[in-house]
Design a protein. Structure first.
Length: 421
């Protein structure tokens, strides 16, 4: 039996993924129509940065999806049946790959991604991919059908809520009542995601904390390979009670875990809602926080965990792509980087903290463990070296956003550093 027939007779989507990968000799990822991870080839470890983030967060990064939509690739996939070669986006850690839509009854239910990297796929390999794509569509469809037949009816209903896969709220509440599941009337969704596969054991420790915490508080939890999703139930009449419960839980986890272990989690908190219709929205908000943190790798406790407080962090990936593609630099920040390198000063970090603290000198000096007079001297140096006007809010907002990238994304800093030489 040849490889194609073996794949077409395989009913397990994970085994089929591994067989495709083995035949092509390349890493393969299967995603559903919402670009959420379904399966990935287990024999390959050399996934590019974007695919690693997809595996860890269970979803393709938002800024990659936006790029694919902007370039018309998603529309081409939905309208056609041929494989499409997507060229690399090196600055985003996206290597060259081939993608084909996996369809069921003419509708796209997912996508099959094959990482090409340096060696292009041959015609016979592209032909194989095309021949098995419909079968992969059937497997994706069947997989989601099987979810509806899981014994744990409560868990299934909660997943349906998170993925918005139900008919109407009245029907869902009726089914929840039959399953003895009390659905929340005020809630926030919280997601814990490990920063790397080697920290997966931390989810077991997290589960123990959840069981202790829920003895006196109302929450629901679901687990996947690298994540735990929690639905915090607040008091019906108390605004922000579910958000406060989320804060209490995160603080409890931090107190029970060693600091080193705690910071191996990326944590996102969605906004509070009072309608079940918005549960997926709260879930996606929590995931966006995690995707943003995954992108910039922030220093501990510097980036908000709550979507409602994410603010300018929501746009750093888009700014990164725009400035990198246009080879744009701030001349003021280049001057500070050059001065820091030549005279061993710390003006770039001083500027970031000064802006983050809204120009409060005493607070900034305390965080930097320096005397206020030292801080004032550094601010004076910054003003002498640049055209920065600390009375100009627009300039301060722009510089702060640029500094978030410079101090958290190494490739962005290296681009500036090279330009300052």
């Amino acid at each position: 039996m040849d490889a194609k027939q073996t794949i077409l007779q395989t009913e397990n989507i994970h085994k089929a993924t591994d067989l495709i990968s083995a035949e092509l000799g390349k890493p393969v990822i299967i995603e559903n129509k919402n670009f959420e991870l379904v399966s990935y080839s287990s024999a390959f470890e050399d996934f590019d940065q974007t695919q690693q983030k997809t595996i860890l967060s269970k979803k393709c990064p938002v800024f990659i999806i936006d790029r694919l939509k902007k370039e018309g690739i998603v529309q081409q996939l939905d309208n056609g049946s041929d494989p499409i070669r997507v060229h690399p986006i090196e600055e985003l850690g996206f290597h060259q790959r081939v993608v084909i839509a996996a369809k069921h009854l003419g509708h796209t239910v997912g996508y099959v991604w094959v990482q090409e990297s340096d060696q292009w796929m041959q015609e016979e390999q592209l032909s194989l991919l095309e021949d098995v794509s419909l079968h992969m569509g059937q497997l994706i469809h069947r997989m989601y059908e099987k979810v509806n037949a899981k014994e744990n009816r409560k868990e299934e209903l909660l997943w349906q809520l998170l993925h918005h896969e139900y008919g109407n709220e009245t029907q869902l509440r009726h089914e929840a009542s039959l399953a003895n599941l009390t659905l929340p009337n005020r809630y926030s969704v919280v997601v814990f995601s490990v920063t790397a596969p080697q920290h997966i054991d931390l989810l077991e420790y997290l589960l123990e904390i959840v069981h202790r915490f829920k003895r006196h508080r109302s929450l629901y939890f679901l687990t996947s390979e690298f994540q735990m999703v929690l639905i915090m139930e607040g008091s019906v009449s108390e605004r922000f009670s579910s958000r406060n419960l989320a804060r209490d839980f995160i603080e409890a986890v931090k107190n029970e875990m060693k600091e080193e272990s705690f910071y191996n989690f990326l944590i996102g908190v969605g906004k509070e809602y009072t309608s079940l219709y918005y549960m997926r929205k709260s879930f996606l908000e929590a995931l966006e926080v995690i995707e943003t943190a995954n992108f910039i790798s922030p220093r501990p406790e510097t980036m908000p965990r709550e979507f409602a407080k994410l603010g300018i962090y929501r746009y750093v990936a888009a700014l990164y792509e725009k400035n990198s593609s246009e080879d744009y630099y701030s001349e003021d920040l280049l001057s500070l980087i050059k001065n820091d390198a030549q005279k061993q000063t710390d003006l770039l970090r001083t500027l970031e903290l000064y802006l983050a603290n809204n120009g409060k000198a005493k607070q900034t000096a305390q965080e930097m463990f320096i005397h206020p007079n030292t801080l004032n001297y550094r601010i004076k140096q910054i003003q002498e070296l640049t055209n920065i006007d600390f009375a100009d809010f627009n300039m301060k907002a722009y510089l702060y956003t640029e500094l978030l990238l410079l101090n958290n994304v190494d490739s962005y800093y290296q681009r500036y550093k090279a330009a300052s030489l």
